[in-house]
Design a protein around this ligand. Structure first.
Ligand SMILES: C[S@@+](CC[C@H](N)C(=O)[O-])C[C@H]1O[C@@H](n2cnc3c(N)ncnc32)[C@H](O)[C@@H]1O
Length: 253
């Protein structure tokens, strides 16, 4: 039988593990954000100075703070109360960031066409109703507004995917498994905890359909790779030249 989980149950886990989830964060987020996601998101965003930006699923708020430093006026929403508390603690009171607790699947407390830009960094794969979230993002944008979201790459990060190793423990190849088995799965976090954070695996087709049905035009797709500079600094990430961990979409209303 297919496993199910309500949004509220998933959020209980986010609240429970919020502190350990962000324990490796610097002001640039974790290392994957620094190497892969931030350079891609900011190059797709362009100039945000003076723009009204929604950070949908802001977590502890590092991206909101980077956006605010670049002159954006930010509204940052997360459903996990614990994340919002930590985000507020980490943000100086004069920063132009307004934190709200709310469910990205239903943001009726925000007005239509209120934002020039929406970013949603590694959130849509964590939502049960990602189609509703995309519809909400479309509603909240001005005409011509831009929505940028990143997710785990659904073609490579699938249930049971991972490196297959030889008897010496050396990496041989990346295994993709159960690609068409959409549904809710445990993430491997926290490693030694029974109740893990969950994510929803869906095919690329499902994401493309939802983008189109929400009314967006697809403007760009990026599968981020580390820059030469980042590779020199973190040689470990050579392994990410074999398959993609992330995919980033730029949509236009
Ligand atoms: C992987 S974290 C990413 C956080 C942040 N964007 C970042 O990159 O650090 C996913 C976030 O989505 C939030 N989240 C999960 N379901 C949500 C929902 N239905 N509405 C709003 N936020 C949600 C979680 O609380 C968590 O902070």
């Amino acid at each position: 039988m297919k496993r199910t989980m309500t949004t509220d149950d998933a959020i209980k886990r986010w609240n429970q593990h919020a502190e350990s989830f962000i324990s490796s964060y610097t002001e640039h987020g974790d290392i994957h954000r620094e190497v892969f996601l931030n350079p891609t998101i900011f190059s797709l965003l362009g100039d945000v100075n003076g723009k009204r930006v929604l950070d949908a699923g802001c977590g502890e708020g590092y991206l909101s703070r980077l956006l605010a430093e670049k002159g954006a006026i930010v509204t940052a929403v997360d459903y996990a109360q614990k994340m919002i508390e930590m985000a507020k603690q980490r943000t100086s009171s004069d920063a132009p960031i307004h934190y709200r607790q709310g469910n990205c699947e239903q943001l009726s407390f925000l007005a239509d066409a209120q934002f020039d830009t929406i970013v949603s960094n590694m959130v849509l794969q964590d939502l049960e109703d990602y189609e509703a979230a995309l519809r909400e993002m479309h509603r909240l944008l001005t005409d011509g507004g831009v929505c940028i979201f990143s997710i785990l790459h659904p073609c490579f990060i699938t249930p049971n995917s991972g490196w297959v190793r030889n008897e010496k423990g050396e990496r041989q190849f990346w295994k993709v498994h159960r690609y068409f088995y959409e549904g809710v799965y445990d993430q491997n976090f926290p490693v030694h905890h029974k109740e893990k954070i969950v994510y929803y695996h869906r095919t690329l087709t499902s994401y493309m359909k939802a983008i189109q049905q929400a009314g967006f035009t697809l403007s760009a797709v990026v599968e981020p790779v580390p820059s030469d500079e980042m590779l020199a600094r973190y040689p470990l990430f050579e392994e990410d030249l074999h398959c993609a961990d992330f995919i980033v979409f730029k949509l236009t209303k």
